[in-house]
Design a protein around this ligand. Structure first.
Ligand code: URA
Length: 237
């Protein structure tokens, strides 16, 4: 498969691209040493979902449960996300779900492993994996969940609290439109039941903006998706 300019040749994501496919990336992300987070993590967690997904959901990093399971958004935040997707009329099986950072960053607190925010350098080191996912899936919309994902893609001055729910143009002409919203974990951390409900509604409404766009636009890239062609070739179809 052709090189992707933003994926350095010596990054393991470049190897995954050479091997053509989401399946090989899964194993390679586990062995990624592009930053130091691998040392305390159980699994590298690559994105999961349909290679022909029109919608990609991007969170921050795997949490405790995701680190153990090796799969994104399978813990409490994942349940909030699943419920919000359902309420917005989106089936998770039609999406591709991932994170800007693929290894869990945590600090100990007694017997618990508490989430720790990844640094800008760690986000930058992991970026080729997201670029690979974008290349292989070619979504039409990328929904950025929370400030870390939004700022990684839209710049450090982006404020989710102010600009959530707005459909932003693609960065590149054939890239996905972008939309930022609240992170499901922020909803879990809400101080009062009232705050929680208001935040949950915001998440559902913002996801609804993405759902409405998909409903209103034809599946214009369906026949052209390299990832589908690659998978078809791999499976001898
Ligand atoms: N939070 C995230 O940002 N991603 C996950 O996969 C789980 C929790």
């Amino acid at each position: 498969m052709a090189r992707v300019a933003s994926i350095p040749v010596d990054h393991p994501a470049a190897r995954a691209l050479e091997l053509d496919g989401l399946a090989s990336a899964d194993g390679l992300v586990d062995g990624c040493r592009a930053c130091d987070l691998w040392a305390r993590a159980t699994h590298g967690v690559f994105g999961e979902g349909s290679s022909s997904a029109r919608l990609m959901l991007v969170g921050e990093q795997p949490g405790d449960r995701e680190d153990l399971a090796g799969r994104p958004f399978v813990g409490p935040a994942g349940r909030v996300l699943d419920d919000a997707l359902e309420e917005a009329g989106i089936d998770r099986v039609d999406t591709f779900v991932t994170n800007v950072v693929k290894h869990f960053k945590w600090r100990p607190s007694g017997k618990k492993r508490l989430h720790d925010k990844p640094s800008r350098e760690q986000v930058r080191a992991c970026r080729p994996w997201l670029d690979l996912e974008l290349e292989l899936v070619r979504p039409e919309i990328m929904v950025l969940l929370g400030a870390t994902a939004a700022q990684a893609i839209l710049g450090s001055s982006f404020r989710v609290t102010v600009d959530h729910g707005k459909l932003l143009d693609p960065e590149l002409p054939d890239g996905p439109r972008r939309l930022a919203t609240l992170h499901p974990s922020a909803i879990l951390r809400a101080r009062t039941p009232g705050d929680r409900e208001e935040m949950r509604r915001t998440l559902v409404a913002d996801l609804g903006v993405a759902a409405a766009l998909l409903t209103a636009t034809p599946q214009h890239r369906q026949q052209l998706r390299p990832a589908r062609l690659v998978e078809a070739a791999l499976h001898g179809q």
